[in-house]
Design a protein around this ligand. Structure first.
Ligand code: MG
Length: 410
């Protein structure tokens, strides 16, 4: 193998954490989720509950019909993130390159840390031992080892619970003809349906047989080529260390005079949001924790933050969320300074959105960025920010206080 990539996936994570925390739940049929009658669903089911037919995302009421002795417990989000941080610390003892993929999954790049497959296997066993010793017996994981992320992720799916699977390129070739294409990471519902409807693709092998130009015609160059590689079991994407990328982007601006005018303030915040996102797009980064901050004429200040479900790099989206935070604040006193930023930064997924609306917006933003690169900052800008105080300042006609650029949060 040229590269040694691990995908580590915790088995029935929410249920295992609950079992680890509460010994009385062990061996019982239980689900983590909402109580019946509250439109609650089962977010995770214990092994015993699964045996009785209880499934993830099943309605709690329905689950109780199938399994009347089912206990439904509430999950504790703090407990999950605490355990996640603990197993990430274990992973980071073995390589610096750990990419968090979700609350219970991560990719590790061991290339350069191990010399051969035997050493990679030894690391996998060591990680399992350390997890058992430090987190407990209830928390098991499946580890997939392969040359790339696509195959490693597939490998960790092949043996659950508590498996270690090495998936070589040869192994993948043997697997391909009968592997449902939807088992490949990222090819879920819509995309799978499109592949099947347009090209009759059912298995990974079928996908590999579709000519690359046909895929590009149908899905565009980025996604088309990505699918072509997936069909061949290839995935050149690197493991991107989540820690290294964790910083935040923000800008603040001191107004030339204290302002109370809402429209004027809106424009300033929008211009700042655009500036933050412009820089993020240059770094191919996106983030999902939004913070916004107001300082008043009397030098007191207030702010807030909010976390989105999905990361963004679009100034309009950042502005909308930031405005929601500061809107009640600006009504109080004249504003002297505004700040807005994005945290929980991660590298942007190059995958095109399946929604044409998003792709259109992305193309418009990219075209504006290109024009600004060529002819100077703010040659092209949203109509809403044209003629703001900030604009005059940025183009050098204003002698107000400088725009502060800060890389850490406020
Ligand atoms: Mg899992």
């Amino acid at each position: 193998m040229r590269r040694f990539i691990f995908h580590i996936d915790m088995n029935s994570y929410f249920a295992s954490v609950a079992c680890q925390a509460n010994p009385f739940l062990r061996g019982k049929a239980f689900g983590v989720g909402g109580k019946p009658g509250t439109r609650g669903i089962i977010a995770a089911a214990s092994r015993e509950a699964k045996k009785r037919g209880v499934k993830t995302a099943m309605n709690s009421y329905e689950a109780l019909l199938i399994c009347p002795e089912l206990e439904i417990i509430h999950g504790d989000p703090r407990m999950y993130s605490d355990i996640t941080n603990r197993f990430l610390r274990i992973f980071r003892r073995h390589t610096e390159e750990v990419e968090v993929f979700s609350l219970d999954e991560a990719f590790l790049d061991l290339t350069g840390w191990v010399r051969n497959l035997a050493e990679a296997m030894a690391v996998a066993w060591k990680i399992k031992t350390e997890m058992r010793e430090e987190l407990g017996d209830e928390l098991t994981c499946s580890i997939g080892i392969a040359e790339n992320k696509l195959l490693a992720k597939l490998g960790s799916d092949l043996k659950k619970p508590d498996g270690i699977v090495v998936l070589t390129a040869d192994g993948a070739r043997r697997l391909w003809p009968q592997l449902p294409v939807t088992d490949l990471c990222g090819i879920a519902g819509r995309l799978g349906a499109r592949l099947s409807g347009r090209f009759g693709v059912a298995t990974a092998g079928d996908l590999g047989a579709v000519p690359v130009d046909k895929l590009i015609d149908e899905f565009g160059p980025v996604m088309g080529y990505h699918l072509h590689l997936m069909g061949r079991g290839e995935d050149p994407s690197p493991v991107i260390s989540t820690v290294a990328a964790a910083k935040s982007y923000s800008h603040s601006y001191t107004l030339p005079r204290d302002l109370t005018d809402r429209d004027e303030l809106r424009k300033v915040l929008f211009a700042l949001a655009e500036k933050v996102c412009r820089r993020m797009r240059e770094d191919a980064a996106c983030g999902r924790v939004i913070s916004a901050y107001v300082r008043y004429g009397d030098f007191s200040g207030e702010g807030g933050r909010t976390t989105l479900a999905a990361p963004i790099d679009d100034g309009l989206a950042l502005f909308r969320e930031g405005w929601r935070i500061v809107k009640p604040l600006i009504a109080r006193k004249p504003v002297r300074l505004f700040g807005i930023g994005l945290g929980d930064i991660r590298p942007i997924q190059q995958q095109a959105s399946l929604f044409e609306k998003d792709n259109k917006r992305r193309r418009v933003v990219a075209a504006a960025d290109a024009a600004n690169d060529k002819w100077g900052e703010r040659t092209v800008e949203p109509a809403a920010t044209a003629g703001t105080v900030l604009k005059r300042h940025v183009s050098g006609f204003h002698h107000a206080l400088p725009v502060h650029v800060r890389r850490k949060g406020f």
